[in-house]
Design a binder for this molecule. Structure first.
Ligand code: NGQ
Ligand code: ZN
Length: 449
């Protein structure tokens, strides 16, 4: 049992002062507000809940910073995707595990305590399945186990190279399954998660390009967990969907699948007003990945309209080109400011702190999307983040201003991170960083060699 005495804590009802938090069995077992510290309590100035990171492709961390040189013609999302396919070609199972471990260490250090791994790299380098079709799901689970991050594993169904069941390309061979083999992959993934505390299994049709409506219907019964899908990230996807069906992708998805609170629509960048309201009204979560969407030149999510319609959203680090929870939230707001030529857009109401609004939305939306609980309340997982209150960007701030400082003023305020009751990060550094970094360097050297 651990007891933390905290000067300020963000509880579901708001900020509370002088709080003793008792952690036992990985959960929050006691919350006493307005009390003095007792001997043996570990003291922290400011404690907030860990944030869910609702969308990651862990292996892409190894490409970070390597796709920023202009190519021969028209660099785009699609030329980046070709580079990504070439990187995928060379990864072995131990590489995937080592890269994922580094990504997960960085997530924990940033204040993310659960990751939704949208996992589509399944097969060997020539496209044949490993002896265990879920080999790489086991590697992802091993990386989560070694670093301590909570895992929602979303094995990805991927069968085609474009709308209408087009044949897949050579670069996609490691991703492909039919419905029958995907069923076996799901069984293997469930076994991979068995040793992890509070892991969740969902699934993900990759996109309307890679899975037909019939295939989506066929795989949905394989889980009672969350369902994620990439949708309407690029204008070309919208055009291709219109050419194929006469309907735009978000409308097409709602017309052909039972989209509700279990679903998370990743990106949903290019929507009409009607699609924006339709997504909001369904209770599904919009999975926004502002750093990656900026890096890939996707476009700007209609954030103001969506939030005004009561839409639920969370954030994900997606390509992992940079892993930073505060920066995802900052960029979400800044993209809205740039397009609306306004300030404090996502705060919605006079008097509301933008940082607090963004944080609350990403906490609730992220937890819903990952089939998990979040927030500091009795019985919930003890997934916590403390700030170094001495950092200049937080100096003198209280309450919501602490979140505004964390998100907008930067510095490196994350001090300690607890996950499942265990302190994994201290002084901003994960306890396994040195070993995990060494493994990651070996992979980068191999890929460069
Ligand atoms: C992915 N990533 O699956 O990794 C995608 C690119 C695709 C992002 N959309 C591939 N950010 O969508 O076909
Ligand atoms: Zn993605």
């Amino acid at each position: 049992m651990t007891v933390l005495w905290c000067g300020s804590v963000l509880l579901p009802a708001g900020w509370a002062s002088d709080v003793r938090l008792t952690l036992a069995g990985g959960r929050i077992a006691g919350i006493a507000v307005g009390v003095a510290p007792e001997r043996g309590d570990e003291r922290h100035a400011v404690v907030i809940p860990g944030l869910p990171n609702l969308h990651s492709h862990a292996f892409q961390r190894a490409m970070a910073g390597l796709t920023e040189v202009r190519g021969p013609e028209g660099d785009s999302f699609w030329t980046w995707r070709d580079q990504m396919y070439r990187a995928v070609d060379r990864l072995d199972p131990e590489d995937v595990e080592a890269i994922a471990a580094l990504a997960y260490v960085e997530m924990l250090e940033a204040g993310f305590t659960r990751v939704g791994e949208f996992h589509y790299l399944h097969h060997d380098r020539d496209g044949t399945p490993y002896a265990d079709v879920g080999e790489l799901s086991h590697r992802i689970a091993a990386a989560a186990g070694a670093t301590g991050i909570a895992l929602t594993l979303l094995p990805v169904f991927y069968a085609h190279g474009g709308f209408g069941g087009q044949a897949p390309g050579h670069g996609q061979r490691r991703f492909l399954n039919d419905v029958e083999r995907f069923g076996r992959l799901m069984e293997s993934a469930a076994r991979a998660l068995a040793p992890l505390p509070d892991a969740v299994l969902g699934l993900a049709p990759h996109s309307l390009r890679a899975a037909t409506a019939q295939e989506i219907a066929a795989i949905l019964p394989l889980t009672a967990g969350p369902i994620h899908i990439h949708v309407a990230e690029q204008v070309k996807e919208v055009e291709d969907c219109l050419a194929f069906s006469g309907t735009r992708p978000v409308d097409y998805l709602y017309d052909h699948a039972p989209v509700d609170e279990r679903w998370c629509l990743i990106h949903a960048t290019h929507m009409t007003e009607a699609e924006t309201v339709r997504l909001a009204a369904s209770g599904a979560v919009a999975g926004l990945c502002p750093i990656t969407e900026a890096n890939l030149g996707d476009g700007i999510f209609p954030g103001r309209r969506f939030a005004e319609a009561g839409g639920r959203y969370g954030v994900g680090s997606d390509s992992n080109v940079r892993i930073d929870a505060a920066e995802e939230l900052r960029l979400l707001e800044y993209s809205q400011r740039l397009s609306e030529r306004a300030r404090n857009v996502m705060a919605l109401e006079p008097g509301a702190s933008t940082g607090r609004r963004l944080f609350d939305a990403a906490l609730a939306g992220g937890a819903q999307a990952l089939g998990a609980e979040a927030g500091i309340a009795l019985g919930r997982p003890a997934d916590l983040v403390s700030f170094d209150a001495g950092t200049p960007s937080l100096h003198g701030k209280r309450g919501d201003a602490l979140l505004d400082g964390f998100i907008f003023a930067g510095g490196a305020p994350v001090d300690a991170v607890w996950r499942n009751g265990a302190k994994l990060v201290e002084g901003g550094r994960h306890q396994a960083r040195a070993t995990v970094e060494a493994g990651y360097r070996r992979v980068l050297d191999k890929l460069a060699g």
